[in-house]
Design a protein around this ligand. Structure first.
Ligand code: DAH
Length: 339
């Protein structure tokens, strides 16, 4: 029995020493220590051993098992280390290889213009608010003094979803929404996307952006409107900029005006940029119509206010001297990387 165990031990240790792979070691483990392994076989043969010798043989089997287990463990640890070292060697990083460049994006010219514009108005104490792009007819038209059958509601230029819901054609509905909340005084700007069923060309797009402005308080006059927009024009386009108010008509303001600024390219002399006139139109504005105030729950005998609507693309194109609005939407990196 002793010889048999010695032979098993010798054979196991030899195989362990020769093993080059984890799999071979696992095979040794199964073949010698496993359920059907050599040592188990010996234990099963115990019934043929004399009773008094059994404890002795049992002990010998255990000792052999321990020796084999220990040798296996040690060899496995050595092998593991070797495998890891080889892996490390094969995964060496060549730091001299050229790196991958990550292209960094930046703000879109529209957004740069909007950030500039917001800064000017926030500096004057305005709050920036937003309204929904899908809007009720009531806010987009009715509360702004544009009743049914008004030519401004022409289906030609409005995307209707149904009779009462549409894609807003202007940011002016935010005026009505804010007034309706009844918190006074009001001093807000509201930038956002608007939609009109227009063909795309150098100055038109079915989707563009406006920035609405609204101020309501006691004793607000046209002088406040003029001073505010003059200040905006100077901060946004440059300190030499002059503004001119031309009478106009908007249903929700009375009186209404369109505002021109002196051409920042020629300073008012007349050039290609301003079509020779020296002036460039930038926005529409006016004193909020008393009927609009009333419809939105504000007493026009006590409160007055002004409003304005700036075409964001229009001022962005002017500021950066871009002559085609389509460039803003084409996502051509050669164009965008210039900003
Ligand atoms: N909503 C007008 C438009 O889309 C622009 C406008 C004009 C807004 C006068 C105003 C305003 O708030 O007072 O053409």
């Amino acid at each position: 029995m002793k010889e048999r165990l010695e032979a098993i031990k010798k054979s196991a240790l030899e195989q362990i020493e020769q093993a080059q792979k984890m799999e071979s070691l696992n095979a040794v483990k199964v073949n010698f220590l496993g359920k059907k392994g050599e040592l188990t076989k010996v234990l099963k043969g115990m019934k043929d051993v004399a009773k008094e010798d059994r404890p002795k043989v049992g002990q010998m089997v255990n000792e052999t098992r321990q020796i084999i287990e220990k040798a296996l463990e040690e060899e496995m640890a050595v092998l593991k280390r070797k495998i890891r070292e080889e892996k490390m060697k094969s995964e060496v990083i060549d730091v001299t290889l050229p790196g991958k460049t990550h292209e960094k994006g930046h703000r879109h010219p529209n957004q740069i213009a909007l950030d500039d514009l917001e800064r000017v108005f926030i500096g004057m104490g305005y709050e920036v608010v937003e309204g929904p792009e899908i809007e009720y007819d009531k806010y987009n038209f009715e509360l702004l003094n544009i009743p049914e059958n008004h030519p401004a509601k022409d289906e030609q230029d409005t995307f209707y979803i149904n009779k009462d819901i549409l894609l807003r054609t202007q940011t002016s509905p935010v005026q009505a929404r804010i007034m309706e909340q009844g918190k006074l005084p009001i001093r807000i700007i509201s930038p956002g996307r608007v939609f009109r069923s227009d063909e795309v060309d150098a100055t038109h797009s079915p989707s563009f952006h406006q920035v609405e402005g609204l101020v309501i308080d006691k004793g607000i006059t046209m002088a406040d409107l003029k001073g505010t927009l003059q200040q905006f024009a100077r901060e946004f386009f440059g300190p030499e900029t002059e503004v001119k108010f031309r009478p106009h008509h908007f249903p929700f303001t009375e009186p209404s005006a369109e505002v021109d600024i002196t051409c920042f390219k020629c300073g008012g002399e007349g050039c290609r940029m301003c079509g020779g006139s020296g002036w460039i139109e930038i926005l529409g504005c006016g004193m909020v119509h008393p009927h609009v105030l009333e419809m939105c729950g504000i007493d026009p005998e006590v409160y007055s206010g002004f409003a304005f609507g700036i075409g964001l693309e229009r001022v962005a194109l002017l500021k950066y001297e871009i002559d085609d609005m389509r460039l803003l939407y084409e996502n051509d990196k050669r164009f965008l990387s210039q900003f």
